[in-house]
Design a protein around this ligand. Structure first.
Ligand code: KIV
Ligand code: ZN
Length: 520
């Protein structure tokens, strides 16, 4: 009764965070890590949205084992269900997740239907889903701004039609714990549903209340929480998995609540999501922020080494945050490298392993100590290069107080080697202008950040940037001991990502356009 299911939606709702583009390979890697983390339900995508999403769902369903695999299908489009059934046919345990907009604002704007018509749509969608799997989740979108006299009949109808989970979505991040208390109270009283279905909560963080609201729902009897790693998602994001799990773990035992999350996988998962998405976090982010376990208050020496410091409500080690820094040095042989890379969760074939080892040796010759964070960049960069249209082969930059900054660049574009040179206001500007001229792509640079990957002046500089072209945003990242080179590599990463998305129409969840046409 006290088991709280974690419904993980980074791969569906989380990646709606602006500029987030993951390749199919990266989605599969993340799905494997989320399975290792121990989530109960893994929402692996919305396969009717695009060919790319369909491909990712198909591969994850085939290759990842452990969690129930959920996919999204719009109630308005029967074809979404056919596509979903086909896309996740190889999954061991399947759930269809369907939804209708409930508040007047959402229903009239997106659905253009009355509350009665929305109810009929929900019933027929749940029936279509039931033909595919017995495990059906029905979401009431923007329900907390909905009228209770419309919400109650809708929930009753969904339960009668066979939905096994009823998910209440605070789509616009508007609700408060008091609203949650009220709506759940009414639902329990008037639908008698809590014995027949699992009530679930899905919160957005626009008012900074997503975790508090999710916890409030658990207090009211919800036994499933939707969340994303690092809380990523549209606008202010979703309920952060690490925060809700830590809250349940730290405060929930007296109420008998628990999750099946492997706590020591929380930090590695957070780091992976940060690296794959390029979404950095504020240092004071709870649980996984750089400062989350650093206390500057002067605390008198503890009498006993085993005694817990008075401020410690949970331990960093328990969450997978290692107090000892792991690294490899120049003399690490192939086997040591292979072991460390596997411990970091990468699954590489022999050829990729060998290439990465050569990259490692090159980096170790430059900086002697190669930390885990360096290795993660190195292996990730090699994988990203695989299918890339543009590759940076060479960059030489001259800058200083008496010369006009200039860059000479050699690129591989579609397998052909091209080179050029150009000027700029500084070394990064010169490199960017030259690369843009060579690729004939001129996106707007809307964000640019440099951070050190690890401590020390010999650390790699990590450049995170965001590009915009024709309204499409992409986040990109790269690292190098030379920050101008890291900047150029990050720009190339961004150009490759733009290339991969610009011509790919993606259907949004709330529009009623026909699904794309896979080969069914
Ligand atoms: O925010 C939302 O309403 C959603 C639903 C599809 C659950 O993501
Ligand atoms: Zn959402």
């Amino acid at each position: 009764m006290g088991h709280i299911q974690i419904f993980e939606t980074t791969l569906r709702d989380g990646i709606k965070s602006p500029g987030t583009i993951l390749t199919v390979e990266e989605k599969v890697r993340l799905a494997k890590q989320l399975a290792r983390l121990g989530v109960d339900v893994l929402e692996i995508g919305f396969p009717a949205a695009s060919e790319e999403q369909y491909g990712a769902v198909e591969r994850i369903a085939r290759e990842v084992r452990g969690p129930v695999m959920a996919v999204l299908a719009r109630a308005t489009n029967p074809r979404d269900f056919e596509i979903a059934a086909r896309a996740f046919k190889d999954a061991e345990r399947k759930r269809i997740h369907t939804f209708v907009p409930v508040s007047r604002q959402y229903r009239e704007h997106f659905l253009k239907k009355s509350a009665e018509e929305a109810l009929e749509l929900a019933v027929s969608a749940i029936k279509m889903a039931k033909d595919i799997t017995s495990d059906v989740e029905f979401s009431l979108v923007d329900v907390f701004r909905g009228a209770p006299e419309e919400v109650i009949p809708l929930v009753k109808a969904a339960i009668q039609s066979g939905a096994t989970s009823i998910n209440l979505a605070d789509t616009v991040g508007y609700t408060t714990p008091a609203d949650i208390h009220q709506l759940f109270g009414k639902l329990k009283e008037e639908t008698g549903g809590s014995d027949k279905v699992t009530f679930s909560i899905h919160c957005h963080n626009d008012l900074g209340l997503a975790v508090a609201n999710s916890l409030a729902a658990v207090m009211e009897g919800a036994r499933q929480v939707h969340c994303t790693v690092n809380g990523i998602g549209e606008r202010a994001g979703n309920t952060a998995l690490e925060e809700i799990v830590a809250a349940i773990n730290t405060r929930g035992s007296s109420a008998g609540w628990s999750t099946q999350i492997q706590l020591n996988q929380i930090y590695p998962t957070s780091r992976l999501v940060k690296r794959l998405t390029g979404i950095t976090m504020q240092p004071h982010k709870p649980i996984v922020g750089a400062n989350a376990f650093i206390c500057e208050t002067a605390v008198p020496q503890l009498a006993d080494a085993k005694e817990k410091p008075p401020y410690q409500i949970m331990s960093a080690e328990m969450l997978g945050i290692s107090s000892t820094v792991d690294f490899l040095t120049t003399d690490a042989g192939f086997d040591a490298f292979k072991t460390r890379v596997a411990e970091l969760g990468f699954e590489l074939d022999q050829e990729r392993l060998q290439q990465c080892y050569e990259d490692f040796q090159e980096l170790a010759n430059k900086k002697e100590i190669v930390f885990d964070a360096d290795l993660e960049f190195l292996v990730g960069a090699r994988a990203a290069m695989e299918s890339a249209r543009y590759r940076l082969l060479y960059l030489n930059v001259t800058a200083g107080s008496i010369s006009v900054p200039n860059a000479t660049v050699q690129l591989e574009v579609d397998g052909l080697i091209v080179q050029d040179a150009g000027f700029g206001h500084g070394p990064v500007d010169a490199a960017f202008k030259t690369i843009c001229k060579m690729t004939n792509r001129f996106p707007r640079l809307v964000r640019y950040e440099v951070n050190a990957v690890t401590p020390g002046t010999d650390a790699q500089g990590e450049v995170t940037l965001r590009l915009e072209e024709n309204g499409q945003l992409v986040n990109a990242r790269a690292a190098d001991t030379d920050i101008v080179l890291a900047s150029a590599k990050a720009l190339i990463d961004g150009l490759n990502k733009l290339e991969s998305v610009l011509d790919q129409p993606v259907i949004s969840e709330y529009t009623d356009v026909e699904s794309w046409m896979p080969r069914l």
